[in-house]
Design a protein around this ligand. Sequence first.
Ligand SMILES: Nc1ncnc2c1ncn2[C@@H]1O[C@H](COP(=O)(O)OP(=O)(O)OP(=O)(O)O)[C@@H](O)[C@H]1O
Ligand SMILES: [Mg+2]
Length: 229
Amino acid sequence: MDKNVIQLENLTKTYFMGDTQVHALRGVTYTIKEGDFVAIMGPSGSGKSTLMNIIGCLDKPTTGRYLLDGEDVSKYDKNRLAETRNKKLGFVFQTFNLLSRTTALENTELPLLYSNVHGRERVKRAMASLENVGLKGREHHKTNQLSGGEQQRVAIARALLNNPALILADEPTGNLDSKTGDEIMNIFRRLNEEQKKTLVIITHDPDVGAQARRRIFIRDGLIVREENT
Ligand SMILES: Nc1ncnc2c1ncn2[C@@H]1O[C@H](COP(=O)(O)OP(=O)(O)OP(=O)(O)O)[C@@H](O)[C@H]1O
Ligand SMILES: [Mg+2]
């Protein structure tokens, strides 16, 4: 049996704004196993980002339990959440979030900069990670000398560097044309199929969602439908 990477048990999230309350999540229960590739889909305002922020240890649920890689992180304070995030998660964003005027290699090394991994080992691992996403030969290009698709590949190389339990991608193809978006999705698919990486992506785009192996549809803070391929 593959182990559970993410276990969500009856999660709720309520935002309190003065006298009003927004029930952004109203009882989400879901399990993601090692090697899964899940797309989270749903209309604007349905609670996708709220769920993503909790899964990504950027925010805490109001009630319910969240086990990440076997660890109950639901009650962790900000510092422990940040620590867990660095250790267990890799992030890919719609806007790439790379440092400008910095090379592909330097951007990729970043997650190891404050670890006790030595410089030479850091470079070796970052080079291997860049090669893994098809960027061999581009290591010393600065961010602004790379195309959008190449920048997103650097972001994926960076997300892979710590060998995280889970990679979370928020609209990873949102800023790319459809052909480049397909190339990025091919990389995700290969990482999942050949290297058994566990992936969760948020997307509005049904064509992008169709490439994941499982889809969950969220509406008004609840999972209303699941699909497996
Ligand atoms: N920080 C916040 N404070 C108060 N309400 C919030 C906050 N963040 C989100 N909400 C509300 O919670 C609900 C869910 O929002 P969320 O951002 O999770 O939706 P979403 O599915 O990501 O939407 P989109 O597709 O537009 O990004 C919405 O009604 C939103 O207005
Ligand atoms: Mg959102």
